[in-house]
Every structure is written in C-alpha cells, then in structure tokens.
Ligand binder design. Structure first.
Ligand SMILES: *Cc1c(COP(=O)(O)O)cnc(C)c1O
Length: 381
C-alpha cells in the first residue's frame, strides 16, 4: 500500500512518540515491581504515583480518586457489576441507555441474568437522551445511572452535567463512560456532578491495555480484582508500570494541546460534513450537527452496502469503520444506528470517519473524491 490515511481514531489512536519514549525505560532497565522495597521497586512505585498525579491534574481530580485498570472495558465492568452488587440491599435497578458501548450493555445483560432490572433509555434521532424520560424512570430501587459522555459511533455528546445533577437530586450514583472524550474534550471533574468515570489510554495517544477509573471522594466502590494490596486493595495485580507511565504522558500532552487539536479536528470535521452532504448523492449525517465529538463524522449512504464501500476505500489506503469496529464481521445494523432510527435503505450504508490531530485537509479531500466516485457505483445509479 503506497499510503495510509488513518480515519479510525474512534477505534484506536496512534501512540504519541513522547508516550512511547516515556515507557521505554520501564520495559527495559527499570523493571522493578512497585511492591518491593529496594530502590528499583521504589522507582517503579514513584513513576506510578507521579503518573497518577499528572492524570488527576489533567482531569481536575485528586490522585486518590484515580484507579488504574486494564482499559475502558474493565473500568465499565467494575462500575456496573461492583455498584450493583454493593447496593443490592438498597435496590436492584440500574438505568443506562440503548447506545452505550458493549462493555456497559453486556455487563448490564449479565446483571439481568442475575435478577437485576435494567432500563435502557431510548435516544432521539440525534442520539441524545431525554432528561424528562430519565427522571421518570428513577425509582426507589434505582442505585446507578450510567450514561456515556460521547458516543463512539455517532459522536453525540450527552447532557452529562444535567444528568449528573438529576442523579444527585435523587441520591443515585452517576457513572459516565468517557472513553471517547478524555484527552479530546475538556473535563474538570471537581466541577462536575460525576461520581465515576471510565477512560482508556489507547483512545488518546497512549498504549493499549491500560486505562483508569475515576471514583469521586466518598463514593464507595468494592474491590474488583482480589489479591494483593495494589490500588488500595481494590484492583489487585502487579501494576503495568510502562502502560501507566505511557498513559500519563499521553494525557499530559493531549491536555496541553487540547484547544489546538479541537479546533483543527472540528474544522476538518465540518469541512468533511459540508462537502459530503453537498457533493455525494444520497448522503446523510448521523448524530448531532454540532453537539458531537470534535473528530467524529458518521454518514449513511442510501442504497449502499457499508462493507463494500469500506473494501473500496481500503484499496486506496483509507482506514475507517463500518458501523462500529466492535461489530466487524457482523452484517447486522449496529445498535446505535438502530436506536436513532436510521431508515432501512440508509442503515446498511453507515460509515464512521473519526479524525485525529495528525489528519490533514489533503487527506479529507482525497476521501471526498473517493466517496464521490464509489458511492454512486455502489448505489447502482
Ligand atoms: C473503546 C471504548 C471502550 C473500551 O475500551 P478498551 O480500553 O478498548 O477496553 C469502552 N467505551 C467506549 C465508549 C469506547 O469507545
């Protein structure tokens, strides 16, 4: 392949060079176990705690509120299963939405199998949950509300502050899966009514297999992995020191470049949306026009099979997703596209282009030319 145009940052992001360089010593000469008490181990411990402070500061949180996990899926599983189990004397009802990531949805399905009750809130055609409907569903037995910050497929940003306020008024814990937002969108946890938040390093320029869970001071959470005393005994296991260091460095850089990156991505995003809606026949934008993640674009093309379009784009070196990466291999329309009610003749032709700070206008121009050429052929006009 002569060139690669990476437009799938919602699936994962390229690792930042600074993050990779920061990790390198902890993969080689600094191999200490942070639980040991000679200098080699203490240096590993110091590196972990320094990353915890950096991450806390980037998020407007305190270091004691940051727990390291293996990524977004683990953080989500921990919250859903942990809170449900801990609160089962108080109630067995959880509220979430129809458009969550499968790490949330499948954890909830698992709980339903154990006898818990789960409400999956619908969303409007832009993918936004209704506060009125949410309030109606909160009952005496509700112990947790989990609503994602920004949707991974259609990019919609949910009214997180209003949802959090509503949860507090009713004395219900509020969790948000912010995996797509952290490092890309400003979040100051000390100023937001959020009790728990999930994040994953590989979605913001860090390495794969590492993430964190924010647990606000005073919010109880049970141990998830039982064993040693790491992470205050709540998440046992020898720490992924290199991963933690890489994640801290990545978030530090993404946070200091955030304004610049957001402006760049939004400009490219809006340019791509305008051009495609004007120049590609039968194209429709999914999600909200403006209340969306800076780098997210999601189109449905009428009468087109998304998988066929993806193959053609791939031959030109363009990496993008049909529906959601998690659904690869399944021809079923994604649960998010179903939830926003995309029409039957559009739904199978859904593709996500998720942009990053390193994408250029030339790359977007090339994508548009490809779409102008392929979409009419595949639609058979
Ligand atoms: C990628 C993603 C996850 C899963 O994170 P991993 O670190 O890959 O396990 C969870 N939620 C959302 C919204 C995501 O985009």
């Amino acid at each position: 392949m002569s060139r690669e145009i990476y437009l799938d940052h919602g699936a994962t992001t390229p690792i930042l060079k600074e993050a990779k360089d920061a990790m390198e010593p902890y993969l080689t000469k600094e191999y200490g176990n942070a639980s040991t008490s000679y200098e080699l181990g203490e240096r590993a411990k110091a590196a972990i705690e320094s990353s915890r402070r950096v991450i806390a500061s980037c998020m407007g949180a305190s270091p004691e509120e940051i727990f390291f996990t293996s990524g977004g899926s683990e953080s989500d599983n921990w919250v859903i299963k942990g809170i449900a189990g801990m609160k089962k004397q108080q109630g067995n009802h959880i509220i979430t939405t129809k458009i969550e990531h499968h790490a949330i949805l499948h954890s909830c399905k698992y709980l339903e199998g154990l006898g818990y009750r789960v409400t999956y809130l619908p969303v409007n055609e832009e993918g936004i949950v209704s506060l009125k409907q949410l309030e109606k569903e909160i009952g005496k037995g509700t112990t947790l509300i989990s609503v994602m910050f920004g949707n991974n497929e259609i990019g919609t940003i949910e009214p997180i502050v209003s949802i959090g306020r509503l949860a507090r008024e009713h004395g219900v814990l509020f969790h948000t899966d912010a995996v797509q937002a952290v490092g890309h969108f400003p979040i100051r946890l000390s100023e937001m009514p959020i009790d728990l938040l999930s994040a994953s390093a590989h979605k913001f320029g860090g390495p794969k297999g590492i993430g964190f869970l924010y647990v606000a001071k005073g919010v109880p959470i049970p141990s998830y992995i039982h064993g040693g005393t790491q992470e205050k005994g709540k998440r046992a296991g020898t720490e992924n020191v290199a991963g933690i260091v890489g994640m801290g460095k990545a978030l530090e850089i993404m946070t200091s470049n955030m304004r610049k990156n957001m402006m760049h991505e939004k400009a490219l995003r809006n340019y791509l949306i305008e051009r495609v809606l004007h120049e590609v026949p039968g194209a429709k934008l999914n999600g909200s026009r403006y209340q969306r993640l800076p780098g997210n674009v999601n189109f449905s093309f009428k009468g087109v099979e998304g998988t066929a379009l993806k193959v053609l784009l791939e031959e030109d070196g363009i990496c993008a997703s049909v529906g959601s990466a998690c659904n690869t291999g399944q021809s079923r329309v994604s649960h998010v596209i179903e939830a926003i009610g995309v029409e039957e003749d559009y739904a199978p032709g859904t593709m996500r282009f998720s942009l990053g700070y390193e994408n250029t206008r030339e790359e977007i121009d090339f994508l548009v030319e490809c779409l102008k050429q392929y979409v009419p052929i595949l639609a058979g006009d």
